[in-house]
Design a protein around this ligand. Structure first.
Ligand SMILES: *[C@@H]1O[C@H](CO)[C@@H](O)[C@H](O)[C@H]1NC(C)=O
Length: 352
């Protein structure tokens, strides 16, 4: 009886093309899958859930708590532009350790950083959800404090995320700050901070639309704002590259000029968020779902490039620094790719 059932079940699975995870998986791997699943749920639904909970609270007997919280949040609204509010203990949660070990996400340094200075980490590629940059710079799960003693990491995200009640408290605790120029200059100000590493995904949501397995097509030629910010603050620019980031999901094909791509671009221009269909695997099977694929992501922090402080850089001066940075990022990619990418001979960095 059981045998027949098993046969029928495997027939159906074959028909649907579902590949099930084995049952005898060690506990540590199960916890890793749980960590990665919880993370993608947080990224996809966390904000909607937080807003739902807040509304629930407003209409409950504890409505006064919602009022108190709302009042406090309004008074606190600028914090995302003023250095944020990191709680190391939240960055240390074992959730992040399991999350990083799932892929695994590995943080690699190629040069020591000086804890008396601030650095602007220009990170590529965005991928679908920037899992490498998240694990490396928004959590201690990839050993940031051990690799860069005396430094504090701040991952930069769109300011809108800090308007969501409850959700904002979590991301603030993880050291995240807003992407406004004011916010980044604040974090890099040597009079206020020393040892800050401010990590920005330069390509942003626009680059996410170009994330496809084994491809490294990035947006850099028209991105100059981060160069201006580095020059204004005098912080060194650090090229950072996450090898394997584009393998974490298999998004639907969206060729440029195709109808899907045009819709995605429209939504992105309107909302700042790229609508994406992060196809990975499921919790118990490997064929469908939004759980990221278990594939290594290596975030390599390159050598810092000194930038001369210049409060009013001309566009020629910006272009010169931009050209030098582009050269260094390409060198980092070409030098390191053989260590972290399979079939690396055929993989090149495409800069648009
Ligand atoms: C977080 O972990 C680091 C080591 O990775 C440790 O030095 C630090 O004390 C921890 N901080 C907290 C608040 O748990």
């Amino acid at each position: 009886m059981i045998d027949t059932l098993r046969k029928v079940f495997s027939k159906i699975s074959d028909l649907l093309g579902v590949e099930w995870a084995p049952l005898d998986i060690p506990m540590s791997r199960r916890l890793q899958t749980l960590g990665a699943t919880a993370w993608i749920c947080l990224a996809l639904f966390g904000e909607a859930l937080a807003i739902y909970l807040f509304i629930k609270l407003v209409y409950s007997d504890y409505w006064w708590l919602a009022i108190l919280y709302g009042y406090w949040m309004l008074n606190d609204i600028e914090i995302c532009n003023k250095g944020g509010r990191t709680f190391e203990f939240a960055r240390n949660w074992s959730w992040w350790r399991y999350f990083c070990d799932y892929f695994p996400i590995t943080l690699v340094k190629t040069a020591d950083l000086d804890p008396s200075k601030n650095y602007l980490f220009a990170c590529y590629p965005h991928g679908i959800f920037s899992s490498g940059a998240y694990g490396s710079f928004a959590t201690n799960g990839a050993n940031f404090p051990k690799l860069f003693p005396g430094m504090s990491a701040h991952l930069i995200v769109l300011g809108g995320h800090f308007l969501v009640p409850f959700f904002r408290d979590l991301i603030l605790a993880l050291g995240l700050c807003s992407s406004s120029q004011e916010s980044i200059l604040y974090l890099l100000d040597p009079k206020r901070y020393q040892g800050n590493c401010v990590a920005i995904m330069v390509g942003g949501a626009a680059e996410a639309l170009d994330s496809h397995p084994g491809k490294y097509k990035i947006i850099l030629s028209r991105r100059k704002g981060f160069i201006r910010v580095a020059m204004k603050s005098g912080a060194s620019l650090v090229p950072v590259f996450s090898f394997g980031e584009t393998d974490v999901f298999r998004p639907i094909d969206n060729p440029e000029n195709g109808i899907l791509r045009r819709i995605q671009e429209k939504v992105r221009v309107w909302t700042g968020i790229s609508p994406m269909f992060p196809l990975g695997r499921g919790v118990f099977q490997y064929s469908f779902g939004v759980v990221p694929i278990r594939t290594p992501v290596t975030t390599v922090v390159g050598e810092p490039m000194e930038v001369k402080k210049n409060l009013e850089p001309t566009s020629e001066e910006i272009d010169a620094v931009h050209a030098e940075f582009s050269k260094r990022l390409t060198e980092l990619f070409e030098r390191e790719k053989s260590k972290y990418l399979k079939n690396h001979e055929g993989i090149h960095l495409v800069i648009t």
